[in-house]
Write a new protein. Structure first.
Length: 318
């Protein structure tokens, strides 16, 4: 009786027994994103702008002013210490999930694979924040172990980037493009490929690509193209014209020889000779406009006292 496991609390031995438990563990991975050091509280682009001359943090929220003033150190605390701690907290939770979710009995396999993809995406996102701020950081892929991991050395940045890209490729293989309303907000295939494209774009920049290797730019562009759902949409037929042409266009007409024109009877004044056909074979086409007959000059309208046109004048005889 004394060796029984309490059923009123969870432990590592009795937690991974239901699908609901796996869902709760994955939700714990997501919840770290909303904490103060990552994307919650004062960890916003507006506050980050206060470390530049563009803005000022009057309340010194989360110690942003220490960075702006150049006084940040390992003992200062504030946003950087919080970001480091919470990023590794999220990584630890993702590692726990990936190491234990396969123990859950009778769990839908497709759901399990999708949830693994979400955990891989989140782990890559946590490492992206670490690598973006510190460069070389300890790369931890196993479950948290204080004795083993407390004194880990910093892993070269390039190796961390390689692991992030591997996690994002694993995620993109199983994640959907979109979810139903009950699961909105979860990681998608587009999110995984977008983060991959962002990482590769950084790697192609002159900061890390000093030799200007063009293949790095191509890899970033390919990942950006893969982040769009258009790859799975059906092809769309080109629109049809509103109206079909009434008849086929006539071919270019050759000008008639001069001797045939000489044999034609002369036209009288009431039937003038038709204008020649325009030459459409020239490289540049001149727009021809019809020549309208000149209007006769308008005469002023006679006043009420004017004499009729054919009436004799004062000097005319009877």
């Amino acid at each position: 009786m004394l060796d029984s496991i309490p059923n009123y609390e969870y432990s590592s031995e009795n937690f991974w027994e239901t699908q609901n438990a796996a869902t709760a563990a994955l939700s714990a991975c997501y919840s770290v994103l909303a904490q103060e050091g990552l994307y919650g509280g004062s960890a916003t682009p507006l506050y980050e702008e206060t470390v530049t001359p563009n803005a000022y943090n009057y309340a010194n929220s989360a110690g942003w002013n220490a960075i702006a003033q150049g006084n940040q150190s390992a003992s200062t605390g504030g946003i950087l210490s919080t970001r480091w701690t919470q990023s590794y907290q999220g990584i630890g939770r993702c590692n726990i999930f990936l190491a234990n979710v396969d123990q859950v009995p009778k769990m839908d396999e497709s759901l399990k694979e999708r949830m693994k993809g979400e955990a891989h995406f989140l782990r890559a996102l946590f490492y992206f924040n670490l690598e973006n701020y510190w460069g070389d950081v300890p790369l931890v892929l196993g479950q948290p172990d204080k004795e083993e991991q407390a004194t880990l050395p910093r892993t070269p940045r390039a190796q961390v980037v390689t692991q992030m890209l591997a996690d994002l490729d694993s995620a993109a293989m199983v994640l959907p493009w979109k979810y139903s309303s009950a699961d909105l907000g979860r990681a998608t295939k587009g999110a995984a490929m977008s983060l991959k494209a962002k990482i590769l774009l950084y790697e192609a920049s002159p900061l890390f690509n000093t030799a200007n290797d063009k293949s790095r730019w191509a890899a970033a562009a390919a990942a950006a193209a893969d982040s769009e759902e258009t790859a799975v949409l059906p092809a769309v037929a080109p629109p049809k014209p509103d109206r079909e042409p009434d008849h086929e266009p006539e071919p270019d007409r050759e000008p008639e020889p001069d001797h045939e024109r000489e044999q034609q009877p002369e036209q009288d004044a009431n039937h003038p000779e038709p204008a020649p056909e325009p030459d459409l074979s020239a490289e540049t086409t001149t727009v021809l406009r019809p020549v309208l007959p000149e209007e006769p000059e308008r005469q002023p309208r006679p006043g009420p006292d004017a004499a009729p046109k054919d009436a004799p004048g004062p000097d005319d005889g009877p």
